[in-house]
Every structure is written in structure tokens, then in C-alpha cells.
Design a protein around this ligand. Structure first.
Ligand code: ADP
Ligand code: TZD
Length: 583
């Protein structure tokens, strides 16, 4: 963690002695550890903390809802390997931030939720304080770790522990409870300075055991149809060159999980994405690098993997590279677990592979190439169509071109169909540029992610949003305008959740539960705050609007009206609907 040693910010006391207080110690502890940005929402008891942090030179980004601030913090953590900080008020503000904290833990993103809290004595006796809540107890089961600091001289330790917990091992969300009374506590400035800790080596490398490396290589060597799956842990690890070397020196085809797209360019000849449904059941040895065999990979079994029925093993053997020793065998047997940080594990594998590793059998590569060519041609045909009204494909064909022309732009993505189609149609070219709904498939991350990507990543952001998805965090367009961020939001507007053509089966006057106001003018929301709003209904108009947004870098919202009958219920995961199970 970078950051030079800094002088504590002090407040001159009435006498000669220099004192500091809880407010300044929190700020100094964060800055000492290279943390320069806070995402949050002010109010009692942390209002002054936001002011003073800004006065001390930190970037303070104030949101309209804590959940968005939390999502921003978590994705900043993913992008930078430094814990993203979300700052909230007590009880309701804390709870609003907590969803994002739980989501961070689920996704292995390092984040610290710092919440002010009410009077301990009153809270513990349940005497009815302002925003009374036992926040520490509530956060604990949802966080990787949770701490409370009661005394100013312990702030340094509290912040250090929070940082280590967030970024070491498997990263996750950490809760730090700071009671109101802590902030005004004064202590001698020199004692305060000495109490702070600059965390040394916050995410230590974890070197894999040599025998585990040998076991993994032996299994890979025995494969006739090997496959590598890259997950967002591999993207997070920032071992981009090593991972590329591993893929290219072994010649093994690979599949990127959603947020690992771009780790190698999606146009790489070894990418098997366009032949996914062929390679998963066919592969005999699969090496997972920073990817879990959770629902997103059908738990490593069942029909997706060539198993006879839903729970049957497909016969694959697995190598799993992961920092968590508990991850292996979570769903199916892992024959070669390789525990360590991805950078060290991949380097160790490369050392063992040397320069004379035999390429996988030509029949395997040929069969994949054949499927790829066929599927890519089929997709090109679909993308070239220009139906009226516009649909997901014709709109995303434009987005695909814009992203190709701007490979450094971040692509934020949420929705159901809007997510699935974007993932499969829009190629990514650089690591950690695709930011999406992750492990939970959570709606509401969109605008928080966009703000963080623009503010921390300092690049153009393109957010592709379902109209339902956008609604979860739509008010943050004011935040985007206020900080004048280069964010271009594209709403793929089909008038509802999944699609917009349902009617009330009960026959009453209420609309069906899945549909919204027809022909809603979302672009006016952006105009209300001084940004650019555009209403488009053709691919050409969408292209011009996106090009102008990227050129001007102005906050822009494009309301892209698409066919309201386009889209399937739940997108690609219709099979998870209980009613589908009943059938
Ligand atoms: P995806 O959704 O892309 O498949 P997951 O979130 O399921 O990815 O898996 C990410 C995995 O990466 C987690 O099991 C986590 O423990 C692991 N991981 C995260 N960071 C590192 C790292 N630096 N080194 C090794 N493994 C890591
Ligand atoms: N609430 C939360 C927090 N996360 C969720 N994933 C859902 C509800 C359920 N849900 C989905 O899984 S996708 C989705 C919801 C409400 C919205 C789909 O509609 P959309 O996208 O307009 O965003 P499409 O393109 O019309 O499918």
C-alpha cells in the first residue's frame, strides 16, 4: 500500500500543547495507508468527518443513497486491491450500506464499511437512542470481520486490523464501528501520531507448496482435452502478464468468467467463449484460476458438464488455483488444489512448465475452432440484422463497436437480458474493465460502480443498464452530474423487468407486476441535473449519441428504446425459476 509518511493533522489547543482528536486520527490512519478516497453519505455523527477529510485533501464522494456508496467502495477495492471505504451514519444509513458490504464479502472484494454509531450505554440497555442499533452484532455474520473502536488511541489499531482483514487472504468486506463519542476525544498530537500504524505487507504473498504445483502439472500433462477457466479472482490478482503466459505457453483453450473478460482480449484465438457449451461437457481436465464452482458454473456437474442428470458428475478432473484452502471440494472433487495467491501460483506453474510444454492434441483444438467459427458466423448474422423496433442485438452491436474503439473505457453492466446479451456480444480488451452484478446477480450496483470507475479509474465509463436495473440506483445520476464524471449510461428500455408486454392476468386496473410506465423518458432525469439526455430508437442514433458522449466526456444518459417483447424471463437463468422446476 503506497502513501508517504504524513504529518498528523492537528488542532491547536488553547494552551501550547498540540492535540488531535478522533476525527483527525481516523483520517490520518486512512491516509497513512494510502487510502485517498471516501464514498459516503453525511449525517450525525460523521458529518464533520466528511468535511475534515476533504479539508485534509482526501477525495470525498457523497452519494444520494448509502447502498450506491457501498457498491462504489467495493468495486474500487476490486479495481485497486486497496480496501474501498464507505462511510455512513448509524442504524438506517448503516443498514443501507450493509447490503453492499455483504455483496463485497460474497464477491471477494476488499471494502471497509465505516459507520458512526450511537451511545453504547444507551444502545446496550435499549433505552431508545437516536438511531439506536447494535450495529456490530448485525454486521458480524455478513462481514469477513467486524471491529469497534472506543478510544481515540485505538483508532490506529482498528484501522490497521480492518485493512488487513479486508485485503489479506480471500478479500472481503469489513465493518468498522465508530461510536459518536469517539470523534471528539482529544489526545496529545504526538501520542496520536505514534498510535497510528502503517500496515506493512497488507496482502502477503502466499507461496504454493511445491508438491501441490507438481500434482497440478502432472494432472494437466495427462489431459487430452484440457481447459482453463479464468475467474474474477484472477482479474483481481493483477498477475496479468503471468496469466497470459500460462495460457499461451500451454496452448490450452480458456473461458473467461464474466468479470475476467478482457484479462486476455476476448478476441484471443485461444478463447473458447464462443464454444462454451461444447468445451464444458467435453473437457477432461479443467484448471480453475480464481473462479469458484458455484451456480455460475453449474456447480461443476450436471448436464452443463456432460453429466447424465442434474446432479451427476461429468467426469472432469479439476485443478483449482485459489487463495482459500477451504474452497476445494465445495461442489465436486478437486484432484489438484493449488492454494496460494494467483501471482505466486501461476509463476510456480510457469517455472514447472518451462518452454517445451506440448500443445494440447490437435483434434481438441480443431473441434473447438470449428464450433467457434460456426457460432461466430451465426452471431455475426444476427448482429447484422436491423429490425424495427431495435432489439438487444442491434443495440448491442453498436455498443460492441464503441467499446472496441475505446478499449480503456470501463463497461458497467446490470439487468437480466441486458446483462446476458452484453456479456456475450460485447468483447473486452483490457483487464478489470468489465464490472457487473457478480456472484449474487444483484441489481443496483450500476451507478455506484460507474461513479467509482470514473472517479478512481479515471477513464470513460459506459454503463449498459436494463430499465429495471437502472431504477435501483437511478438517483445517482445527480452524483454523476455533480462530480462531472465521464459516464455514459445506456438504458436498454423494454418497459419492464425482463420485458414490457405483460398484462394483469387478474384483469384488474393495476399493471402486471413486471411492467413499468410505457415510453418512460429516463433521459430527462439526466437533463434535470445538467447532463445530456438523448432518446433514441435506432442503432444509428444510438451510435451517434454514444460517440458524442465519449468525445465530450459529459454525463450522458441515452434512453435506447427497444422492442418491449424482446427478452426472456430471467434471461439465461430461467431454469432457476421455481415454476420452471415444477414443469
Ligand atoms: P467468478 O465469479 O469470476 O467465477 P469467483 O468470485 O467465484 O469468480 O471466484 C473468485 C475466487 O478467487 C475466490 O474463490 C477467491 O478466493 C479467489 N481469489 C481472490 N483473490 C485471489 C488471489 N489474489 N489469489 C488467489 N485467489 C484469489
Ligand atoms: N432485486 C435485486 C437486488 N437483485 C435482483 N437480481 C432482483 C431483484 C431480481 N431481478 C433480476 O435478477 S434481473 C431484474 C430483477 C428485478 C431486472 C431485469 O430487468 P431489466 O433487464 O429491465 O433490468 P432486462 O434486459 O429487461 O431483462
Amino acid at each position: 500500500m503506497g502513501g508517504s509518511v504524513i504529518e498528523p493533522s492537528v488542532t491547536p489547543d488553547a494552551g501550547a500543547m498540540q492535540v488531535t482528536d478522533g476525527f483527525h486520527l481516523v483520517i490520518d490512519a486512512l491516509r497513512l495507508n494510502g487510502i485517498d478516497t471516501i464514498f459516503g453519505l453525511p449525517g450525525i455523527p460523521i458529518t464533520d468527518l466528511t468535511r475534515k477529510a476533504q479539508a485534509c485533501g482526501m477525495r470525498v464522494i457523497s452519494f444520494r443513497h448509502e447502498q450506491s456508496a457501498g457498491y462504489a467502495a467495493s468495486i474500487a477495492g476490486f479495481m485497486t486491491q486497496k480496501p474501498g471505504i464507505c462511510l455512513t451514519v448509524s442504524a438506517p444509513g448503516f443498514l443501507n450500506g450493509l447490503t453492499a458490504l455483504a455483496n463485497a464479502t460474497t464477491n471477494c472484494f476488499p471494502m471497509i464499511l465505516i459507520s458512526g454509531s450511537s451511545e453504547r450505554e444507551v444502545v446496550d440497555l435499549q433505552q431508545g437512542d437516536y438511531e439506536e442499533m447494535d450495529q456490530l452484532a448485525i454486521a458480524r455474520p455478513l462481514a469477513k470481520a467486524a471491529f469497534r473502536v472506543l478510544h481515540a488511541e485505538d483508532i490506529g489499531v482498528g484501522v490497521a486490523r480492518a485493512i488487513r482483514a479486508a485485503v489479506s487472504g480471500r478479500p472481503g468486506g469489513v465493518y468498522l464501528d465508530l461510536p459518536a463519542r469517539l470523534f471528539p476525544q482529544s489526545i496529545d498530537a504526538e501520542a496520536g501520531r505514534r498510535s497510528l500504524i502503517k500496515v506493512v505487507d497488507p496482502a502477503p504473498r502466499q507461496i504454493p507448496a511445491p508438491e501441490a504445483v507438481r500434482r497440478a502439472l502432472d494432472l494437466l500433462r495427462s489431459a487430452r482435452k484440457p481447459l482453463i477457466i479464468l475467474g474474477k479472482g484472477a482479474a483481481y490478482a493483477q498477475a496479468d502478464a503471468e496469466i497470459r503466459n500460462l495460457v499461451e505457453r500451454t496452448g490450452i483453450p480458456y473461458l473467461p468468467m464474466s468479470m475476467a473478460k478482457g484479462l486476455l482480449p476476448d478476441t484471443h484465438e485461444q478463447s473458447a467463449s464462443a464454444a462454451r457449451s461444447y468445451v464444458l461437457p467435453e473437457a477432461d481436465v479443467v484448471m480453475l484460476v480464481g473462479a469458484r464452482l458455484n451456480w455460475l458454473l453449474s456447480h461443476g456437474k450436471g448436464k452443463t458438464w456432460g453429466g447424465k442428470s442434474a446432479k451427476d458428475w461429468g467426469g472432469q478432473k479439476f485443478v483449482q488455483v485459489d487463495i482459500s484452502p477451504q474452497e476445494a471440494d465445495s461442489n465436486v472433487r478437486i484432484d489438484a488444489p493449488l492454494v496460494g495467491d494467483i501471482g505466486s501460483c501461476v509463476s510456480a506453474l510457469l517455472a514447472g512448465i518451462g518452454s517445451a510444454w506440448p500443445k494440447p492434441p490437435a483434434e481438441w483444438l480443431g473441434a473447438i475452432a470449428e464450433r467457434k467459427t460456426k457460432n461466430v458466423a451465426k452471431m455475426a448474422e444476427t448482429l447484422a440484422k436491423n429490425p424495427s423496433p431495435m432489439n438487444f442485438h442491434s443495440a448491442l452491436n453498436v455498443v460492441r463497436d464503441i467499446v472496441k474503439a475505446n478499449p480503456d473505457a470501463y463497461l458497467v453492466n446490470e439487468g437480466a437480458n441486458a446483462l446476458d446479451f452484453t456479456r456475450s456480444i460485447v468483447d473486452m480488451y483490457r483487464p478489470r474493465k468489465r464490472l457487473d452484478v457478480g456472484t449474487w446477480g444483484v441489481m443496483g450496483v450500476g451507478m455506484g460502480f460507474a461513479v467509482a470507475a470514473a472517479a478512481v479509474g479515471k477513464q470513460q465509463v459506459i454503463a449498459i443498464e436494463g430499465d429495471s436495473a437502472f431504477g435501483f440506483s437511478g438517483m445517482e445520476v445527480e452524483t454523476i452530474c455533480r462530480y462531472d464524471l465521464p459516464v455514459c449510461v445506456v438504458i436498454l428500455n423494454n418497459n419492464g423487468v425482463y420485458r414490457g408486454d405483460e398484462t394483469n392476468v387478474g384483469g384488474g386496473r393495476d399493471p402486471a407486476p413486471l411492467v413499468f410506465v410505457k415510453d418512460a423518458r429516463y433521459e430527462k432525469l439526466m437533463e434535470a441535473f445538467g447532463g445530456v439526455g438523448v432518446h433514441v430508437s435506432t442503432p444509428d442514433a444510438l451510435r451517434s449519441a454514444m460517440q458524442e458522449a465519449v468525445r465530450s466526456r459529459r454525463p450522458t444518459l441515452i434512453n435506447a428504446v427497444i422492442d418491449e417483447t424482446a427478452g426472456t424471463e430471467s434471461g439465461r437463468i430461467t431454469n432457476l425459476n421455481p415454476s420452471a422446476k415444477k414443469k
